[in-house]
Structures are given as C-alpha cells and as structure tokens.
Design a binder for this molecule. Structure first.
Ligand SMILES: NC(=O)N[C@@H](CC(=O)O)C(=O)O
Ligand SMILES: [Zn+2]
Ligand SMILES: [Zn+2]
Length: 434
C-alpha cells in the first residue's frame, strides 16, 4: 500500500525556509520526495492533501509516564499513546515507576505487548536500576535488555547511594546501555513542594534547593567519567546542574541531558497565589534565572533534547493540596504548540532548531532509527498547522490527565495528522485510528 502526502511544507536547511513538497510512503518507509510543482503518478495510492501544513519528522519523547501497569486510573497505554499521537509524537519512552515497577523482564514484556496491541505510537520502555526503585539492589540488567528495555533509570526518585549508582553504570556500560538519572538528593528535599525562591518565601513554605538536583548531577558525571557509561540527566532545571554538565562535556564525559517545556517557560514567580497543584511538579519550577539558564543551555548544546515528562495524575489526587498532591503535569498535547509559539514565533529560535531538539537529536543520542524524513527512513511523521490559533483546553485532551498549568493559553503550532510507520494513527478531523 502506498500513500502520497501532497503539498506539505518541508524545511530546507540550505535556504532556512520551508518549501512545498510531495512525499510517497510505501512499505512503512519514506519512498520518494517530489517538488511541489510536479504532479506525481498516484495510481492506486491513498492520497492525503496536507494543504500547506508543515511536515516534520514524528516527535520523539524520551521521558514519559504511561502509568500502566498499576495506575490505569491516571493513564494507560491506550490513552497515553493516543495523547502522544495527538501531540505529534511517534516514539515515546515510558519510565518504570509503575506498579509493579518495571524491574523484571515480564513487566517490560507486558508493556511492549500492550503497546503492540493497544498503543498507536512506538513505545520504548526503560527498566528500573534498582528493584522496586528502592535503591537497595540492582535489577537484572542483562535480562531486562534482552526483554527490550532501552536503558536504566529509577525516575521518580534519585539513586541515593553512590556505590549503587557506580555499580549500575559499570554494568550498563558493559552492556552498551545508557543510565538515565532523576537527580535528587533526598536529604536536602524532605517534604518540600516548591523551589526555594520568591514563592516559597512569600508563602512561608519550605523550599527545594537547587543543590538537591545538582549534587547528583556532579556525582554522576564523576561516576560516568570513571565507568565510561552514557549518562543522561533527566529534566534539568537549575543553573548549577547546567554548569556541571557543561564542564562534563568539555572534559569529554559521555553525558547528555534533557529539559521540559515547563522549565523553559515558567518560573516559581508565575505560580498563582491560590497555590494550584497543577503547578507542582518535580523538579519544581525554579527561579527566572534558572529558566534563562535552561534556555541558553539548550541553545548552546549543553542540554541536548526536549522531553515532556508527561506525568498524568487524577483530579482527586491533584485536589489534595500543595503538600499532599503528587508531583507532575501532563505534557504531550501542549509541548509543541507551547514551544513553537513562545520561542519560534517570537523569533528567538528557528523552526529547525526546535524540531531538531524534539526529533533528530533524541534519535542521535539514543541511537534510534527515527527522527528523519530521509528516503528509506521509517515513515514516522507529523503534519502541523503553524497558523491556526487555539486555546489549550484540558477537557479535550486524549490523556486521562487534566493536570496542566497551561489551560487557556492561546497557542499556534497544533499537530493535525500523525503517521507511524506509514499508518495514519491520528488526525485532527477523525481522531485516533487504531
Ligand atoms: N515529574 C514529576 O513531577 N513526576 C513524575 C516523576 C518524575 O519524573 O520524577 C511522576 O511519575 O509523576
Ligand atoms: Zn524524575
Ligand atoms: Zn519523569
């Protein structure tokens, strides 16, 4: 079965503009590009008229929470992958902080089987570093790799013990696998819900200090240097972490890192005074100085990629108040429009820069065959409407989670069609196509 996508606007890095193109997809891969002025032979093909929408490689999100198994009331693989598809994502990497934790080959296989039958995008699971993410005993890395895990992480918590982390890195390195770290020193955090900053001072709240993140980043860069492992830092949020990652890269340590849209767009000074828990996430929103440091770190390459850390929770859980509500916000269905509107339309970034941080760069650092529209590549792509303005409406999300601080924001850059391996899995017009 072959499909022609006609009249799509494709970025040309040589000219720094978009050009009208037709593309043929066959056997799940990109088969051929034609200039928009030509009329290709489309006999027997399915035809999609892109009507001048942008064509981008499918977005890749290397940090997400699908909540299955165990927390299906928050999200499941069907709803989470649907939400991802609607956000323009074609490949996502779920974290293992499920119930049970994804710390055995069986749980990894369960997630992969579910994703194959009920999912609509590619799902590349991580496995836990330690059993039950308790930080006490390493999981069976070789067996987890064999089952299909793409890396090891205890996301949700930091690995507190340095020797445990060093052992994990040495073992992962021997298997050619990366270690992905949620960086947080528990002893510095204890019970705080927001960053140490203007908001915590104003409301007399205990704050989460920047060092609680950066101490782990520094420790782990040294351990990565000692072991040689590819070490990837989760959701970077502080200036201090950035300084350390920059130094690590300068001296040749195999370290990469990611940042979330909310840490690029919001600071603790934006948190409303009514203390809405949709502004509670881990790491917390930091100071404006940290926000600018994150933006610049992405621009200079110290931070490599953008991830959502899509972290759905139920309304009941988020209604428990700032101290007791769980950390986390949803991300799939707002990430691209937020970043496109706030960084590309304002002229700070090129379209190509933004898309690279969400497609080719994650593919490069995690050695994935996606994130490109080259002939022969898997036909994972997204059509995006760069001109229509729309309000963020959590009620319209395909995610079960409604927990976002971006409700009501007026944005551009909404995906309209998502294709995975040559199959149209979602359209704005007809929704999910399983
Ligand atoms: N980011 C969050 O605020 N929450 C994540 C955990 C995590 O990513 O550390 C979750 O699982 O809910
Ligand atoms: Zn985390
Ligand atoms: Zn996470």
């Amino acid at each position: 079965m072959s499909t022609w996508i006609l009249n799509a606007m494709k970025w040309n890095p040589e000219t720094g503009t978009t050009e009208r193109k037709h593309v043929r997809v066959e056997g799940g891969v990109i088969a051929e590009w034609r200039d928009g002025s030509e009329t290709p032979n489309m006999d027997g093909a399915q035809v999609v008229d892109a009507k001048g929408k942008l064509i981008s490689p499918g977005l890749i999100d290397m940090h997400v929470h699908l909540r299955e198994p165990g927390f299906e009331y928050k999200e499941d693989i069907a709803s989470g992958t649907a939400s991802a598809a609607k956000g323009g994502y074609t490949t996502i990497a779920p974290m293992p902080n499920t119930r049970p934790v994804m710390d055995t080959p069986d749980t990894i296989k369960y997630v992969l089987d579910k994703a194959a039958t009920e999912g609509v995008v590619r799902v590349l699971p991580y496995a836990a570093i330690t059993k039950n993410e308790l930080g006490r005993e390493l999981t069976d890395f070789a067996a987890l790799k064999e089952a299909g895990a793409i890396g090891f992480t205890d996301d949700g918590v930091g690995v507190q013990n340095a020797q445990m982390m060093k052992n994990a890195m040495a073992l992962a390195h021997s298997l050619g696998m990366p270690v992905i770290a949620h960086c947080e020193d528990d002893s510095l955090v204890e019970g705080a819900a927001v960053t140490e900053g203007a908001f915590s001072r104003k409301h007399g709240l205990k704050g989460i200090p920047n060092e609680s993140e950066a101490i782990h980043v520094g420790r782990d860069i040294l351990l990565s240097e000692a072991t040689g492992v590819h070490y990837h830092v989760c959701h970077v949020s502080t200036e201090q972490s950035i300084r350390l990652i920059r130094l690590g890269k300068q001296i040749g340590v195999n370290v990469t890192s990611e940042v979330c849209p909310h840490h690029l767009l919001l600071s603790d000074e934006d948190i409303p005074d009514n203390i809405d828990t949709n502004w509670k996430m881990n790491p917390p929103l930091r100071t404006p100085k940290d926000v600018e440091a994150c933006i610049q770190a992405l621009e200079e390459g110290t931070i490599d990629i953008i991830v959502t850390d899509h972290a759905p929770h139920s309304e009941e859980e988020k209604a428990r108040g700032m101290a007791r509500a769980p950390f986390g916000i949803v991300g799939f269905e707002t990430a691209f429009p937020l970043l496109y509107t706030k960084f590309v339309r304002t002229g700070r970034w090129t379209l190509d820069f933004l898309i690279g941080k969400m497609t080719s760069k994650p593919a490069e650092i995690f050695k994935l065959p996606y994130g490109t529209l080259a002939v022969g590549a898997p036909a994972d792509l997204t059509l995006i409407d760069l001109e229509g303005e729309r309000e963020v409406d959590p009620a319209s999300f395909l995610s079960k989670g409604r927990n976002t601080p971006f409700a009501g924001w007026k944005l551009y850059g909404w995906p309209v069609l998502t294709m995975v391996g040559g199959n149209v899995v979602w359209t704005e017009e007809n929704g999910i196509n399983r």
